[in-house]
Design a protein around this ligand. Structure first.
Ligand SMILES: [Cu+2]
Length: 166
């Protein structure tokens, strides 16, 4: 009778080869091809989200349509409590104006409608979302609506201001 190793050795080699071949096949089959989506969770990007300009969720505003632009700067050092924050601090805009907030600070800020984070109405009229340094957010004053509206920074709720749309 032959030594068992003489038969076992080629058998192990062949089994190893088959295992390697099947593993290779199943792994390369899992590499997705470009442009092909095979996922039950996939869905196309909707028109509305594609048009968003920032986390605020508002659609792109065509700034060229506005001759009257009210710019509110979020001043450098705004995050320090008691420092000047929004400039002008009490802004006024006519209803045909475009209202733009620009963050001139090094730190993230928002301009969010409402009196404080606990205000149930906060963010309903407008919300710039988180603005990094140099980023801006624009909204038509007509979309905010006439009246005096309080707003604040979600990151630093002591940053509070107001805007009046006439
Ligand atoms: Cu802030």
């Amino acid at each position: 009778m032959a030594r068992p190793g003489i038969i076992a050795f080629p058998v192990i080699l062949v089994l190893g080869g088959i295992t390697g071949y099947l593993t290779y096949g199943s792994f390369t089959a899992a590499i997705p091809e470009e442009g092909i989506v095979e996922s039950p969770y996939w869905k196309p990007i909707s028109e509305s989200s594609a048009n968003q300009t920032n986390a605020g969720g508002n659609k792109t505003v065509d700034e060229s349509k506005f001759t009257n632009v009210v710019t509110i700067n979020i001043l450098e050092g705004s995050s320090t409590q008691g420092s000047p924050d929004y400039e002008p601090d009490a802004a006024t805009a006519s209803s045909d104006a475009l209202v733009t907030w620009i963050n001139d600070d090094e730190i993230l800020h928002t301009a969010t409608s409402g009196s404080s984070p606990s205000d149930a109405e906060s963010g309903k009229l407008f919300d710039t979302g988180f603005l990094n340094k140099g980023q801006k957010f624009s909204i038509a004053a007509a979309d905010i609506g006439t009246g005096e509206h309080a707003y604040f920074c979600q990151v630093h709720p002591y940053m509070a201001s107001k805007i009046t749309i006439e």
